[in-house]
Design a protein. Structure first.
Length: 320
């Protein structure tokens, strides 16, 4: 299982984390996906990476359009997170408690709760119970194909504090909704948002009289939303997407996993065609945010005009 590694160094500050983003193709073979994830985690250990991030539904692969609902249900049930608890515990047991080793694995999978399926994000860490509801994020915004099988989450955001900064989490289609990212930034005061996705590429937008057309409009949106999310909130955007053709539907996933600075500038991005592992070393999450805000702090200007209504946690214009 040969995976190309693209590595860059952000700073000389060795107390900052090294992060691996897995821009990988997902099969519908659950055991194959788990074996690939194990291989990526081994690479992370070998390279003294601190954080590994996988794409959405990295255990089961993405669902597909079919008239046989039972086929999808059986597939999701086979990959339910409860069924892979042994694997998760093994990964956890081999994580470092601190220092320069691997300390966090972020992944997304199907889970069954009270008889319903959820599209859920999990954290593996020595000090976290991955079954603890406080450390699970259920995807809120579901596209039509997912609404058929998954139950949407509540507005319960997932925030974790690490020695490198505070992280919030989104899943795929969530990226299109400005208010959710803004709550993470302005209410929860995160330093970075991690997005896990199975984001497709192919959609046509055409303006004939302007001689403008793209066959990859969704891919354009992936880049745009990650850049703008980072810029308008002055936070880091770490986004991981699957790549390649779906085994059954043939849908093409955009890849393009990457790192966007609080300025909105893209610092490192993976292939839109091939599997790649991105490793960015010494990512100064807090320090770079402070530098960006020293130059121009959007938050101070925003709060000069808007105030927060505590009950709804939403910025609302202040009218004197």
């Amino acid at each position: 299982m040969d995976l190309r590694i693209l590595e860059r160094k952000f700073s000389d500050v060795e107390d900052c984390p090294s992060v691996l983003l897995a821009n990988i193709h997902l099969s519908l073979d659950i055991q194959y996906n788990i074996a690939k994830m194990e291989h990526v985690i081994e690479i992370a250990h070998e390279n003294e990476v601190n954080i590994v991030i996988f794409p959405e539904l990295c255990v089961t692969g993405y669902i597909w359009a079919t008239e046989d609902d039972q086929e999808i249900i059986d597939h999701m049930r086979a990959g339910d997170n409860g069924r892979i608890s042994g694997w998760v515990n093994n990964v956890r047991d081999n994580l470092s408690e601190g220092g320069h080793g691997l300390q966090y694995v972020f992944y997304n999978n199907v889970r069954i709760k009270n008889g319903s399926f959820y599209n859920s994000t999990f954290i593996i860490n020595k000090y976290i119970d991955h079954n603890d509801e406080d450390y699970i994020y259920d995807k809120i915004f579901l596209p039509p194909i997912e609404q058929r099988y998954f139950k949407k989450g509540t507005d319960k955001r997932l925030i974790i504090d690490t020695k490198w900064g505070r992280f919030g989490f989104l899943t795929c289609y969530d990226l299109n909704f400005v208010e959710l990212a803004r709550k993470y930034a302005f209410v929860d005061e995160v330093d970075a948002i991690i997005t896990m996705a199975d984001w497709r590429s192919e959609a046509i937008r055409e303006y004939p009289d302007m001689n403008i057309r793209t066959d990859h409009y969704y891919g354009f949106l992936w880049n745009l939303m990650n850049s703008s999310k980072a810029a308008y909130n002055q936070i880091w955007s770490l986004a991981v997407n699957s790549v390649g053709r779906h085994d059954i539907s043939g849908d093409y996933f955009w890849g393009g996993s990457g790192v966007w600075a609080p300025s909105g500038l893209m610092l490192l991005q993976a292939s839109n065609i091939n599997e790649e592992l991105l490793i960015i070393r010494n990512l100064d999450i807090k320090g770079q945010r402070d530098k960006e805000q020293d130059t121009f702090n959007y938050r101070i200007d925003f709060q000069g005009v808007h105030r927060k209504i505590e009950e709804i946690e939403s910025p609302t214009q202040y009218l004197p």
